[in-house]
Design a protein around this ligand. Structure first.
Ligand SMILES: *Cc1c(COP(=O)(O)O)cnc(C)c1O
Length: 456
């Protein structure tokens, strides 16, 4: 064995203990470090002789650590970014320590059973008990898997299997949506269906929710089979399509109903907001991100479907050594990956440690903080809210300065990180709350940073 590697093996408890102390300093300091520091990279050559763990940590700490954003902290409100709760981080570490490959039961029986249990818990949490599912790397991949199953269903309507014959055999199909996330276009590109298959359906006036009557008109006039991508939480204004109405429409015009509930699915945890995802259980496929509002470390999401038979047609990998898919297929037959990390373990720890109640509290506190910031910004001169705060995002325009200038000043303050968008043709700023640590004091500090940035 390489002597440096042998020394690390001999010192394994110290290696992990040093990492533990370092990591707990990082996590305890998240509220203090600049939220999104400026970085100048200075790439070095590949080491020939290794320096061991201590040497690597010293190098990392000196050259990289200070540049890392406090994206897991309470005032990073860009995109939709969760943090990582204590049990979730520990679960993630243990996934590394056990280093399982839950691709198939063979050789990893307990790990695959744990993932199955976690998927069942999540299905219950989001009210999609009738669905089966699997862990994937993020909502983009979850949308990809859902739309891959949709593609197979579209083929089924025409009496063919796209998995066998390819998309060339499919003919004209359409993907209808009111305000699809960019990842839907990316997924359609990867699926060979093409970004151009998206047919945008008008949304309700001043809203991002699809106009159900307009959708009905498109469905009534469409020639071929259709998939509908419904939104349960758009990124700009967290608007929700009327899922119940879509389900009723599907009774008259059969279509595949995929719901992108990347973070909006968490509305199911709150009594006040659960009605927003009423009907989710009837969807044919559902996407939910976990590295956002479940606050597990990147990367983690889950995909759900009621048509696992079609999913297996698309993703089966029937090598002799892997075994054929059964009616309870191994994960190797369900997603693009063969070998895969036990991502479920971090989520399992989070759910076991904090339960439905703990996660409900995080969701409700984030909503309360979004409302708080929204109320403060509504009273702030030079600021205009572009939508009511429906759940956990505040979307606002600034009048006296450019959006880019305001965002740069907020970032330079070190107190907050927000991201830009364009909503209704207007440049705007989003503040998205999905971190388990955010308190009213944090929200006040974010507001103060915005006010200061507006003053120039
Ligand atoms: C974040 C998000 C995605 C993409 O998620 P990734 O985890 O970044 O792949 C898709 N849809 C919605 C609505 C999202 O919020």
């Amino acid at each position: 064995m390489d002597p440096v590697l042998a020394a690390d093996l001999a010192a394994l408890p110290d290696v992990l203990d040093t990492a533990r102390r370092y990591a707990s300093d990082v996590m305890n300091g998240l509220g203090e470090r600049p939220v999104s520091p400026a970085v100048s990279a200075d790439p070095r050559a590949l080491p020939v002789a290794g320096r061991g763990f201590e040497g690597a940590l010293a190098e990392f700490s000196e050259r990289w650590a200070d540049g890392f954003a406090a994206s897991a902290g309470p005032r990073y409100l860009g995109f939709v970014t969760g943090g990582a709760t204590p049990a979730a981080v520990a679960g993630d570490w243990l996934a590394g320590a056990f280093d399982q490959n839950p691709a198939s039961r063979s050789g990893a029986e307990a790990a695959t059973e744990l993932e199955r249990e976690t998927v069942r818990w999540l299905a219950e949490l989001f009210g999609v008990d009738g669905h089966s599912g699997a862990f994937v790397s993020g909502a983009t991949m979850s949308n990809f898997v859902g739309l891959a199953i949709a593609r197979e269903w579209l083929g089924e309507q025409r009496g063919i299997s796209v998995a066998e014959l390819g998309v060339g055999a499919l003919g004209e199909v359409a993907v209808l949506s009111g305000a699809p996330h960019s990842s839907v276009y990316k997924a359609l590109s990867m699926l060979g269906l093409g970004r151009d298959r998206v047919r945008l359906v008008p949304t309700l006036p001043g809203r991002e929710a699809v106009d159900v009557e307009a959708l009905e008109a498109v469905l009534a006039s469409s020639g071929g089979p259709v998939a509908v991508v419904a939104n349960a939480g758009t990124v700009n204004t967290v608007d929700f399509d009327d899922l119940r109405a879509l389900v009723r429409l599907r009774e008259r015009y059969p279509f595949w109903l995929h719901v992108d509930a990347a973070f909006g699915g968490f509305a199911a945890l709150s009594d006040e907001h659960a009605h927003l995802v009423d009907g989710l259980a009837e969807a044919d496929s559902v996407c939910v991100d976990l590295h956002k509002w479940l606050n597990v470390p990147y990367d983690s999401a889950v995909q759900f479907t009621r048509r696992r038979d079609l999913q297996v047609r698309v993703f089966q990998n029937a090598a002799a050594y892997l075994g054929l898919p059964t009616d309870d297929p191994d994960f190797v037959h369900l997603t693009p990956q063969n070998s895969r990390r036990l991502r479920a373990l971090a989520a399992w720890f989070a759910l076991m440690a904090y339960g439905r109640e703990g996660h409900r509290e995080v969701v409700e506190r984030c909503v309360a903080q979004a409302r708080r910031l929204g109320a403060m910004l509504a009273e702030t001169p030079g600021v205009r809210l572009l939508a009511p705060v429906r759940l956990n995002v505040v979307c606002f325009a600034v009048e006296s300065r450019e959006v880019g200038e305001v965002l740069d000043a907020v970032t330079a303050s070190g107190d907050a990180f927000l991201t830009p968008t364009v909503y209704n043709g207007q440049k705007a700023i989003r503040a998205a709350f999905s971190n388990w640590r955010t308190t009213s004091a944090d929200t006040d500090r974010v507001h103060a940073a915005i006010v200061k940035a507006l003053a120039g």
